[in-house]
Design a protein around this ligand. Sequence first.
Ligand code: CMC
Length: 429
Amino acid sequence: MSEIYTLSNKNGDNIELLLRQGTAGPSALEISPLYNNKGLLAFDPGFVSTASCESSITYIDGDQGILRYRGYPIEQLAAKSNFLEVAYLLIHGELPTRDQLSKFENIIIHHTMIKETMRNFFNGFHYNAHPMAVMIGVVGSMSAFYHDSIDIHDPKHREVSAHRLIAKMPTIAAACYKHSVSEPIMYPQNDLDYCGNFLHMMFSTPCEPFIPSKLAIEAMNLLFILHADHEQNASTSTVRMAGSSGANPFACIAAGIASLWGPAHGGANEAVLKMLKEIGDVSNIDKYIARAKDKNDSFRLMGFGHRVYRNFDPRATIIRNMCHKVLKETSDGNNPMFELALKLEEVALKDQYFIERKLYPNVDFYSGIIYRALNIPTNMFTVMFAIARTVGWVAHWMEMIADPSQRIGRPRQLYTGSVERNYVPMNKR
Ligand code: CMC
């Protein structure tokens, strides 16, 4: 049920705004009439109190540490599902039947190859280019290869584009890695599942196949599920904003990858590993905690804090448990970097600065330690995030395009520049 919310100023001038209720979470004031009726704008840098759209894909309650995809708790999906089933759920809204899932898996498997000419693109990049930089370029180029599916008004085109993006992302990601180590790019293998196929393309060579362990595939599935969506985060909002102008899906996802790369977002998993290496030893923790608290020092505890989670990030808890499992198999549980991360978390969680600001480990704090144990190089961590988040980006893009009330995204501003002034000739400046 909607109710009316009245805003008034000190002169008794009122405006009535609709308070819209979702199915869960905070209500939202519909402020569009503010400008039309009163010439006023809402000012909310960083969109702290702004719902940019309606969505029925993912729900987060940051105070309770709750994350649900299409209503299903993340803990249940992490324990019982796999990545492609979650992808189907996010895109279609319901868990698939056995038949629907096997059809979906079959479609994805048969879209994993990239065009032979696209493979040539990789050679244009210097071997030491960051894989995220290569990925932005190559994914952006997909609209040049698949222009048979970029009519966004045709539901069939939208579906084929979605399948192509989800299917080809691991192939492109692994090719980015192979290029960086000067090894031949591997073709996908259709008898492998999504995660197994990715590990094959990463680590097999034409001379020797790589057979991933069951645990490596399990861990990869888990990480991909946990990273698959997170409602209106920076990269998803970027995809929606780019898509709101009618841009094609490949261009929109390339924009999302660019946004994800930043260290405050998906780039944090790489930054965490670099930070742990820099800290080096538990004896240095106090020094780095002091630096994180010092407002004159730009150092932040990477993998800590979140705009929405103010209690704990449920994804971090699940990943921490998987970390124990993976490290037990790969290094008999003996991993100095994991020990350092656990100690760092313990010290920060007891520190008044972190307690007052409700800063907890986020999804990125432990994910890199698992990737590292699986021999994924540090500069590929954010690429891994991008593979998984492509599903969320695609789901949001499809939801947005199918929404009849969708309009181009066009925020306004509070102008603080010069008022009108006259042009000054060069000799008078
Ligand atoms: N280390 C030290 N201080 C911090 C940290 C941190 N990691 N995070 C926030 N703070 C402090 C910040 O200085 C501020 O203090 P004060 O109120 O005294 O000025 C307060 O906590 C609130 O921080 P904020 O920057 O206003 O919070 P935000 O919601 O705008 O930013 C964040 C959220 C995730 C960008 C931020 O916590 C951060 O930079 N964390 C480190 C990077 C990171 O781990 N990012 C991954 C996020 S989860 C995955 C994803 O989104 O992709």
